[in-house]
Design a protein around this ligand. Sequence first.
Ligand code: FES
Ligand SMILES: [Fe+2]
Length: 451
Amino acid sequence: MNGIPNTDAGLDWAAGDVSHVPYKIYSDPSIFKQEMHRIFCGSSWCYVGLVSEIPNPQDYKTTYIGNRSVIICQDREGNINGFSNSCAHRGVKFCKQQKGNTRVFVCPYHKWVYDLEGNLKGIPFSRGVKGNGGMPSDFDFKANGLHKLAIHIQNGVIFASFDENMTGFEEYLGESNLHYFNRVFDGRGLKILGYSRQLIPANWKLMFENIKDPYHASLLHVFLVTFGLFRADQKSQVKMDDTGMHGLLISQKGEQKKTAATKDMKALKENFRLKDPRLLEPVKEFPDTSTVVMQTIWPNLIIQQQSNTLAIRQLRPRDAKSFELHWTFFAYDSDDEEMVRRRLRQANLMSSAGLVSGDDSEVLKMAQEGVTEYSEDRAILRMGGDSTHDEEHMVTTDDSVRKDCLLSSFWLMPSFSQSTLNRYQSPVLIPELAICLSSKRANRRWVPRTW
Ligand code: FES
Ligand SMILES: [Fe+2]
């Protein structure tokens, strides 16, 4: 994990000021390299999967933490383990399957064998052949296994960390974020409904910020605004943990009508009607009255509850200018057939080609183009003032409302503060101008690549 050079990215920003963000932070390869090393493969809990994806002994899946491939598996005793997908001998990424069931992992190159805890168990010719060659007598199998990950399972959701001394998960999440996490993942068995993946040509931070940015939702998303799913004039809350790492956008469905508060929402189309209104008919299923809860868990997880569609979005950064978004749609084992169909139907709103989330994919691409071409410029993040705290609404015209507070808090968190801040020159946000432009160009839709 060592050997990452410091970088002087030449970023122009006043120390500690998170309101003007140098665009270079979205495209500089040396910053990206440090992010992978210090954040994803450093002290964080990264989402890696659901227990229901590997329900049986010897089941495994491969996934990514940052830009590193890892294996998550269930051993014969029922324990969930995680380790690097890179052979201890010569580094070969030995497991190519996305999922499977196996007694051991065998590297194809020289056939070194690993058990389901990542321990090195066998080396061909380790004692030589006819008295020749072989491994030295002091070679220690125990000390030469795969990199093992710390694992935490929270109500069926698996998190992993390269940091063996990682903070406890509940402390990491904080009270309000833990509450909303346990609201969706309440211990009931989960049923996987399907997956989709997309490659978005934008820096990974732009995606994470997008879900922390309620300001854009009322202005960019025609569908959300028109049908009252998520709008600035509705009862809403913005919550963060103390560190600013994690965040929640919480809202309650409203009506399809214009009000004094919607006069700036050009995306609202009062005369639009759906041929099949079932798409927008949520059934109450949680104890509270919220119909939308979007949660970001640092650094790679977005949990989505939009009406009755439930999904996980996992970020896999590829390089400074692109990331993959891995979607997992799920239901509860206890759901009846009708509820499963409802969840699938509503998934048309939020997916790699969703009626709502397609807007975000497009605008992230446009943001990346702008910040790359004008890399010496900086974003302006002054909407709502300069403090960062929870709010009881998404947006007002009053300065006391912090529409951007999630974004600013995001970059004020400990892992980015002081010395790290100096190195990362951190904050980053959605440039407001880019969002306005995107709504004017709504007809020129870019279709994300999926596979
Ligand atoms: S590289 Fe894996 S056994 Fe040699
Ligand atoms: Fe959005």
